[in-house]
Design a protein around this ligand. Structure first.
Ligand code: PEP
Ligand code: MN
Length: 228
């Protein structure tokens, strides 16, 4: 709720939170499932923000669609084509993250699985790809992919510098770069006290920094002749 309030107060329009979490380790916090969806819906009631949250499996599509405004497909399931079709059938907008091993063509074709069902509302999200050097950053945020996806499709393209770098101090610089490179929006992970986050604390920015981030993104956009 603290994050939702900060997001709203800074003029952002959508709150992203994970209820079904695709964690690398089965021993890590797995999310709050339906209870998490209820909390997200409560945050929507309180703030008026739209809610985006991930759906990991076909079995959960109806539950997630009952609470969320936008359904997220994560990097790990971008290739799960039957899931893409079931999500498309809900008629809700879909936020499609690029798989970390997916080529741009594979990502665009994954979007086609949703469009082909007759759901035109797909948002593409570049979230970083795996490369040979994972020593200093978790992934390589592929800024060129933003331009290519915009050239090759008519869909909005956003960037996720949080998963794209995995390192808090790199998130804002790469957010700036993504907006300058043409991204239509950003996903930023935030927590009131990142040291206490149950997921991805090292790449989360403190909630207190959200207002400055919002202002700065407007400045960057204006510098390249765009408005967000
Ligand atoms: C997320 O956005 O919560 C997430 C798990 O990201 P990704 O699927 O890109 O790893
Ligand atoms: Mn995360």
């Amino acid at each position: 709720m603290a994050t939702a309030d900060a997001v709203k107060a800074s003029g952002f329009s959508i709150l992203r939170g994970g209820a079904f979490k695709p964690r690398t380790s089965p021993y890590s916090f797995q999310g709050m499932a339906i209870e998490g969806l209820r909390l997200l819906a409560e945050a929507r009631e309180k703030t008026g923000l739209k809610i985006v949250t991930e759906v990991m499996s076909e079995a959960d599509v109806q539950d997630v669609a009952a609470y969320a405004d936008i359904l997220q497909i994560g990097a790990r399931t971008m290739h799960t084509f039957r899931l893409l079709e079931r999500v498309a059938e809900t008629g809700k907008p879909v936020l499609l993250k690029r798989g970390f091993h997916a080529t741009i063509k594979e990502w665009l074709l994954a979007a086609e699985y949703i469009l082909k069902i007759g759901n035109p509302n797909v948002i593409l999200c570049e979230r970083g790809i795996r490369s040979f050097d994972g020593e200093f950053a978790r992934n390589v945020l592929d800024l060129t992919a933003i331009q290519i996806a915009k050239k090759e499709s008519h869909l909005p393209v956003i960037a996720d510098p949080s998963h794209g770098t995995g390192v808090r101090e790199f998130v804002v610089p790469m957010a700036r770069a993504a907006i300058a490179a043409g991204a239509d929006g950003l996903i930023i992970e935030s927590h009131p006290n990142p040291a206490e986050a149950l997921s991805d604390g090292p790449q989360s920015i403190p909630t207190a920094e959200i207002p400055d981030l919002a202002k700065e993104m407007q400045t960057i956009a204006a510098a390249v002749g765009r408005t967000l």
